[in-house]
Write a protein that binds this ligand. Structure first.
Ligand code: HEM
Length: 183
């Protein structure tokens, strides 16, 4: 028996709008995070050291960095981290993050690696949040925006897989049924 789901009918930018709404960030939470952007900039160099140490110490991820411009990557990842504390999490923000996910799709990087890197990013974000006047609220809000990013990163991969499978089998619904083992 095949089942359709309402979520299957949400497409394109509406997916990002849905995810932002699902995180349920209050105005207070976005302001709390926005006040931490300077602190995020201060913590970014230490994050970068840990980030590339983790990627370079594992041969399957180090391989992707051989051809990359490390200066450009350092700046890009530092900005990515600092923007977690931009205090503005609208569709434009989400779209920018989706494009970053898509860059990783296009270099043929399995999604498990970016997902595993949350282990490195999480403690640095929490350190930044702890510098807030309201640390507990800031940590909770930081977890929300990081979860949003994980969802968006993964969405870039799913969009790509669905698109190609839908082209192959002649439709997105059939592709979704196949991916859920119902085809
Ligand atoms: C959550 C984890 C990660 C984040 C936040 C992240 C962030 C970024 C950002 C912001 C860029 C620049 C994108 C652009 O050109 O606009 C980038 C590019 C890149 N990332 Fe990541 N990344 C992550 C995980 C990884 C992993 C696990 C690898 C594996 C080695 C990796 C390898 C690369 C490479 C090679 C590029 C350059 C791609 C190119 O322009 O050819 N990234 N990343």
């Amino acid at each position: 028996m095949s089942t359709d789901h309402a979520s299957w009918h949400i497409k394109g930018d509406s997916i990002l709008t849905e995810l932002i709404a699902m995180m349920d960030l209050s105005a207070e939470e976005t302001a709390t995070l926005g006040a931490l952007q300077g602190a995020a900039r201060v913590h970014a160099p230490a994050l970068l050291d840990a980030f590339y140490q983790r990627l370079l110490s594992h041969s399957n991820t180090a391989e992707y960095l051989q051809q990359a411009s490390m200066d450009r990557l350092h700046t890009a990842v530092a900005n990515w981290f600092t923007d977690l504390f931009s205090g503005n999490y609208n569709e434009q923000y989400a779209k920018k993050r989706l494009i970053i996910g898509d860059v990783h799709v296009r270099i043929g990087l399995p999604v498990r690696y970016p997902l595993a890197m949350i282990d490195v990013i999480m403690p640095f974000g929490e350190q930044v949040a702890k510098t807030s006047a309201t640390p507990d609220a800031a940590i909770k809000a930081f977890h929300k925006v990081l979860s949003l990013d994980i969802a968006i990163f993964n969405q870039a991969y799913e969009d790509n897989q669905l698109k190609h499978l839908a082209e192959l089998v002649g439709g997105e619904r059939l592709a979704r049924l196949l991916l859920s083992g119902q085809g």
